[in-house]
Ligand binder design. Structure first.
Ligand code: FES
Length: 428
C-alpha cells in the first residue's frame, strides 16, 4: 500500500511510460558496448567538469581527464573573465600541453600563458599561439592557424560544462531543460566550503548511478548503521519517494528525510547530538532559501533531499538544510570507473559549524562505502552471464530510465530507429 500519492496510472513507471518488463544489463558487461557509449554518449553530450569557484581569477585553470570521451581538456578563465576550454594538446607535435609530474594526473593553477614542455611553444589564455621556438626554421607557418583546438564550454548556475561534439549546437541551458530551469536561483554560489572524495570503482559506471538513483536499498543496506528506532521500523516498511520527475534524458527523485533534530535525544548518536549534524548534514540552516519551484515539487513538509541525474553522469543532491552534494561517474573501461563526490556547504562561521560539516562529510563517506561495496560483487556476477534479465520496482524508475536513455543515444548515433536491437549488446 502506497504511503505517498502516486500518479493516476498507479505507478511512476507507468506514468512516464517506461514499460514494466525486466531489463537486461548487457549494456554494462561488454567492452564493445562501452566503446559505442564513448562515441555516442560521452563525445556527444554536455559534461559537467567543475564549478566557477575553481577559476577564481584571470589565468586560473584546471585540467580534466575525459577518458571516456578519449581526450583531456584544459579549462581556463581568460583575460575578459570568460570561461574557455581547449583540447589539452599542443599544436606542434601533439604533446599533452598542461600537466605536472604525470601526464595522466589532473592539475590546476594560475598562469599568464600555457607553455609546452617539449619545444616551448606558447599559447595565450584565449588559446592563440603566441610564440614558436626558432620560428624562422618553419615553412610558411602562420601562428594564427595554430591556436589550441577549442571545446565548447558553457556555465549553468556556476557549473562548468563542456561539449565535445562540434556538430551539437544545443545551448547548455536548453539541454538542462525544465529540471535545470527548476533549480535556477538556488544559492549554489554561497556554498563554497567543499569536501571532496575520489575512488576507483570496479564496476560499470551505470551500476553506481543505479545505486544512487534509488533509495529502495537504503533501509536494508544501511540498516546496521541506523541507530534510531525510526530507522529500524523503516527497514521493515521500506522506502517510497515523495515524487519523481523525468524530462528528456534527465530525471529526479524527491525524498523525505529526518533532517530536523529528532525530538527524542536517544535516537541520535552522541557525536551527532554534540555537533548537531549527521548524514543529512548540519541540522541548523546557515542561510534562508526561498526554494525554487524545482525543489520539493510535492511541497511536502517532510521533504529532505532532491536528487537529480543530469545525463549522462552528473548527479546533484540538494538537501533541506541548505547544502548540496555532487556525484560524477567517469568511465575508464566497461567495468571500471572513477567516482567523484563533492559536499558543498556555506563556509562555517566558527569551529562548531566546521566540525558539524566534517561530521556530515565523514558520515557520508561511510554510507558511500557501503553503497560502493556492492558494486564489484554485482559486476562480477552480471559478467558471469547466468542470469540475463532483472525485474525493477517502481522505486527503481530512474535507473530504468537511465538504461533506456543510453540505448536511445546509441541508436541515434548509429542512425537506427530507437528500439531496434544493438549488435554490440548481443552478449551471450
Ligand atoms: Fe609542443 Fe613541440 S609538441 S612544442
Amino acid at each position: 500500500m502506497a504511503h505517498f500519492p502516486k500518479p493516476a496510472e498507479g505507478s511512476w513507471t507507468e506514468h512516464f511510460k517506461l514499460g514494466t518488463e525486466p531489463i537486461s544489463y548487457a549494456d554494462s558487461i561488454s567492452p564493445e558496448h562501452y566503446e559505442l557509449e564513448r562515441d555516442a554518449i560521452f563525445r556527444r553530450t554536455w559534461l559537467n567538469v567543475g564549478r566557477v569557484e575553481q577559476l577564481p581569477k584571470i589565468g586560473s585553470y584546471f585540467t580534466k581527464e575525459l577518458d571516456a570521451a578519449r581526450t583531456s581538456v584544459v579549462v581556463v578563465r581568460d583575460k575578459e573573465g570568460a570561461v574557455r576550454a581547449f583540447h589539452n594538446i599542443c599544436r606542434h607535435r601533439g604533446n599533452k600541453l598542461v600537466w605536472n609530474d604525470y601526464p595522466g594526473e589532473e592539475t590546476s593553477g594560475v598562469c599568464r600563458q600555457f607553455t609546452c614542455k617539449y619545444h616551448g611553444w606558447r599559447y595565450g589564455l584565449d588559446g592563440g599561439l603566441t610564440f614558436v621556438q626558432q620560428e624562422s626554421e618553419f615553412f610558411d607557418l602562420d601562428k594564427a592557424d595554430y591556436g589550441l583546438a577549442a571545446v565548447r564550454a558553457e556555465v549553468w548556475e556556476g557549473f562548468i560544462f563542456v561539449n565535445l561534439d562540434p556538430g551539437d549546437t544545443t545551448p547548455l541551458e536548453e539541454y538542462m531543460g525544465g529540471l535545470g530551469a527548476g533549480l535556477a536561483g538556488y544559492p549554489f554560489e554561497k556554498m563554497t566550503q567543499v569536501f571532496k572524495y575520489r575512488a576507483d570503482v570496479g564496476s560499470n559506471w551505470k551500476l553506481f548511478i543505479d545505486a544512487f538513483t534509488e533509495f529502495y536499498h537504503a533501509p536494508v543496506l544501511h540498516q546496521k548503521q541506523a541507530v534510531s528506532e525510526e530507522s529500524r521500523k523503516l527497514a521493515k516498511v521500506g522506502f517510497e519517494a515523495l515524487a519523481y520527475d523525468i524530462e528528456g534524458p534527465h530525471g529526479m527523485v524527491s525524498s523525505w528525510g529526518g533532517m530536523a533534530p529528532p525530538k527524542d535525544p536517544s535516537m541520535v548518536k552522541p557525536i551527532e547530538r554534540a555537533l548537531r549534524s549527521g548524514l543529512f548534514g548540519p541540522w541548523d540552516r546557515p542561510v534562508d532559501v526561498d526554494l525554487p519551484a524545482g525543489l520539493n515539487p510535492a511541497r511536502h513538509p517532510a521533504w529532505g533531499v532532491d536528487s537529480f541525474l543530469f545525463f549522462p553522469n552528473f548527479m546533484l543532491l540538494v538537501w533541506a538544510p541548505n547544502w548540496y552534494l555532487t556525484y560524477h561517474y567517469w568511465p575508464t573501461s566497461y567495468n571500471t570507473h572513477i567516482f567523484e563526490c563533492g559536499l558543498y556547504f556555506v563556509p562555517p562561521k566558527n569551529a562548531r559549524e566546521r566540525l558539524a560539516q566534517e561530521l556530515a562529510a565523514v558520515t557520508f563517506k561511510e554510507y558511500a562505502l557501503q553503497d560502493g561495496n556492492t558494486l564489484e560483487a554485482t559486476q562480477t556476477m552480471l559478467e558471469a552471464g547466468a542470469v540475463k534479465e532483472f525485474p525493477l520496482c517502481d522505486q527503481e524508475i530512474l535507473l530504468r530510465h537511465l538504461h533506456k536513455v543510453c540505448k536511445d543515444y546509441l541508436d541515434d548515433h548509429a542512425g537506427r530507429t530507437p528500439g531496434t536491437p544493438l549488435r554490440a549488446t548481443a552478449v551471450s
